[in-house]
Design a protein around this ligand. Structure first.
Ligand code: GLN
Ligand code: ZN
Length: 758
């Protein structure tokens, strides 16, 4: 019989009860004992759900108190010295200290889990000697068995992936580190084998990236060591998010099963199997149900795919599974009550994916008409959405096709625009500005709530927003900034705000997914053709401009950022979605220009995160991402100044693409990689206007004038003074009033000194 398997389940719970428990515990409202029991309840519920649905291989040890990479590090006692950890099981205070920082010690770095929006805590290996202080997979296995009679499948982050994602060691020490970790892994597996565990899932997503010869060798060392020490334990070597790079080597490893992603790594993995076959002594974990997307699968198509795979692996050796952990999708679509039935019927979140897995598994091994009928149901839903008006806005499709077939160029090259803009705006050397948002005080949030609950009329709310704009325009003038902003008080979120005003978007009530720690996000759903339906930002911007002689920058979120921070439809390429968004934004850009706004910023902080994992696909992505930005911004007059802003990430290896966006001015976050970024500008001689953030807005600390003068001078060593702008490194919406004003005053002070020196 074919079996079904899940690679991991969302932790947060249908009501985000996991998040609430964590936050209550942190704030001292929940005692530790009660906290453990609440989390256990949540964990068991998730196992029960999978059991009831009939999943054969149910993952255990995928649950976490924060993050599974941090759990792995903690299990090995890999805790940075600054947390004064003294060995043994890591206490919760230390565990959360590493994740969130303590009074005396900064948190460990957090970074994106491959190309997802999940962030893990980066293990710091420097100065620690790993030991196994607790066999967590074993504890989780026992719990599932004792409480629910589940024969769980422990999930463990594999040694190669763990090492590659860790920091605090030199590449030349990799083998030494492997020597230290390997015996601990072996011990875990031996104890699991002694306990009678049947299957273990060892996650090695690093195998979808390019591996060096040395890493391939390490892989062999690791899995040969496992085979030698636990010959009877079935190991599923699990990969996901893309196709594997070294298929030949990987399928030759002495493990019982290989798990491959046939959704996000479909073409590569399929090619490898077809060209090289699949070993007869192994089980294939066929990841056919998308663990990252929110859409129902075409089960007929999936069945065909499984049948195709069965030409290379006999059916008994196939496992039908999710493409990756379901951590990346919301918990259940069943409770969405506000979506159209067409849309709702087309969604499959984690719970619905369990049904898909079970049904598909049954269908592979039976010809039962009932099952085949059941299978066809999803096709009806998929078809209905496909035929919906929202997916067939032919005027949009034609317009976007026309626009994207042309070269999206400004009317003049930068040098000429720059001269025209200088003549028009007469800005001083080193113009000062901010990134867009000002503090969203409790008062601002309260006002929005009242308005959303209809306790405030539109007029009351609009007046309130205007008052905030009044206050901040005056303040910006008084502080002495050159280019002002309206402050974004009317926006909760830079994507949601635009999504709510554009056609083609939907918003779920409960579609939350974990982003990092207890932080969850609820991405909008782009399900139809995106269309501009009316001005989105003109009123506030125009109002702000009416209050001052200084230029006020209009403020928009760019097409790629809107797309990368949403769940998107899968019936058309992402490139097309980006162009639709760009075309809609172009209309807003033009509306702003028409309304007399002469500087317009289109933020693209999320360009970098959409970068494909496969190097060979990156150039193509960057090319259309750049094109989308240009489509949105290219039609303005030469005197209209287009700004953009980028943050969150390392940009030093994509400066060419940033330059190709052809924005008149870019402001860029530098707080985390200032040195490197400056260095790459040295090599590149960036030729457009640029503001390197001169202070880090992520901390409440008020930077001094001297400090910022230092930053400015350093940047001016490599950048052309005539093109240099001075600004903080990101939006100020999370900061307090006092610190914001004080910091900006110092920034203007530092600018004056710089102007005198140059
Ligand atoms: N304009 C936005 C703001 O100032 C930019 C936010 C961002 O870069 N993430 O908040
Ligand atoms: Zn930013």
């Amino acid at each position: 019989m074919v079996k079904s398997s899940v690679l991991g389940y969302p932790r947060i719970g249908a009501d985000r009860e996991w998040k609430k428990a964590l936050e209550s515990f942190w704030s001292g409202k929940l005692e530790e004992e009660e906290f453990h029991s609440q989390l256990q309840e949540i964990r068991l519920n998730h196992l029960r759900k999978q059991q009831e649905k009939g999943i054969d291989f149910i993952p255990v040890n995928d649950f976490s108190y924060y993050d599974h990479i941090l759990d792995t590090a903690a299990m090995f006692g890999i805790i940075p010295k600054r947390f004064a950890y003294e060995g043994g099981i890591v206490p919760l205070s230390v565990y959360y200290g590493v994740a969130r920082g303590t009074k005396g010690a900064a948190a460990s770095e957090m970074t994106k889990w491959f190309n997802t929006n999940y962030h893990y805590i980066v293990p710091e290996l420097a100065g620690v000697s790993p030991v196994l202080n607790e066999n967590k997979p074993l504890t989780a296995y026992r719990e599932a068995k004792e409480k629910l009679g589940i024969e769980g499948k422990p999930v463990i982050v594999g040694p190669l992936t763990f090492l590659k994602l860790s920091k605090g060691y030199n590449i030349s020490e990799t083998d030494a580190w492997l020597d230290r970790l390997l015996p601990l892994y072996v011990q875990i597996l031996q104890e699991l084998a002694e306990e009678g565990v049947q299957w273990v899932q060892i996650d090695e997503p690093i195998l979808v990236t390019k591996l060096s010869e040395a890493d391939v060798q390490r892989l062999k060392t690791i899995y040969e060591a496992f085979a030698a020490s636990v010959p009877n334990l079935n190991i599923m070597l699990q990969t996901y998010f893309e196709s594997v790079e070294n298929y030949r080597d990987i399928v030759a490893l002495p493990v019982k099963g290989i798990g491959l992603d046939f959704v996000h790594g479909f073409s590569g993995n399929m090619q490898s199997i077809k060209a090289l076959g699949f070993p007869a002594d192994k089980v294939l974990g066929a990841g056919v149900i998308d663990g990252r997307g929110i859409w129902k699968a075409s089960l007929r198509g999936k069945l065909e795919l499984l049948e195709e795979l069965a030409e290379f692996v006999t059916v008994e050796r196939l496992i039908v599974q999710s493409s990756c952990s379901l951590l990346h999708v919301p918990v259940t679509a069943a409770r969405e009550t506000k979506l159209t039935s067409e849309l709702k019927d087309s969604l499959a979140f984690a719970e619905e994916k369990l049904d898909e897995l079970v049904l598909l598994t049954k269908a592979v091994s039976s010809n039962d008409v009932g099952i085949i009928d059941e299978l066809e149901k999803c096709e009806v839903a998929i078809q209905a959405l496909q035929l919906s008006e929202e997916r067939n806005r032919s005027s949009i499709q034609h317009a976007v096709a026309a626009v994207s077939s042309q070269q999206p160029n400004r009317s003049q090259p930068f040098a000429e625009r720059h001269a025209a803009q200088q003549a028009k705006w007469q800005l001083p050397l080193f113009p000062t500005t901010t990134i867009g948002s000002f503090p969203q005080s409790a008062e601002v949030r309260k006002a929005r709530q009242l308005w959303r609950k209809d306790e405030w009329s539109n007029k009351q709310y609009t007046d309130f927003i205007r008052e905030q704009i009044d206050i901040w325009i005056k303040l910006q003038e008084e502080i002495g900034l050159d280019v002002l902003v309206h402050g974004e008080f009317e926006r909760t979120d830079m994507v949601e705000f635009f999504g709510e005003k554009l056609a083609g978007f939907a918003f779920t009530q409960n579609g939350w997914v974990q982003s990092y720690g207890s932080r969850c996000v609820k991405p909008p759903v782009i399900f139809g053709d995106v269309a501009f339906t009316g001005e989105m930002t003109v009123k506030e911007t125009k109002y702000a401009q009416s209050l001052t002689q200084h230029p006020v920058k209009g403020m928009l979120t760019g097409p790629i950022t809107i797309m990368n921070w949403s769940f998107v439809r899968e019936d058309i390429p992402r490139e097309q979605i980006a162009y639709q968004l760009a075309y809609a934004l172009r209309q807003e850009v033009e509306a702003l220009e028409q309304a007399g706004i002469g500087m317009i910023q289109v933020d693209e902080p999320a360009v970098r995160e959409g970068l494909p994992l496969k190097e060979e696909e990156q150039a193509d992505y960057l090319a259309w991402a750049v094109k989308a930005f240009r489509i949105a911004t290219c039609t303005v007059q030469e005197t209209t100044q287009i700004h953009t802003h980028m943050c969150y990430c390392e940009f030093h290896d994509m400066i060419d693409s940033i330059e190709a966006m052809d924005a008149d001015v870019i402001s860029i976050e530098t707080s985390r990689s200032h040195g490197e970024l400056i260095h790459s500008f040295e090599l590149n001689t960036y030729k457009l206007g640029i503001g390197l953030g001169v202070y880090d807005i992520h901390s409440p600390r008020i930077p001094s004038v001297e400090e910022m003068t230092g930053m400015i001078e350093r940047a001016l060593r490599v950048l052309d003074p005539k093109l240099f702008w001075i600004n903080p490194d990101c939006g100020l919406k999370t900061r307090g009033f006092e610190e914001t004003v004080a910091s900006l005053r110092n920034m203007v002070g530092a600018t004056k000194i710089a102007r005198n020196n140059h």
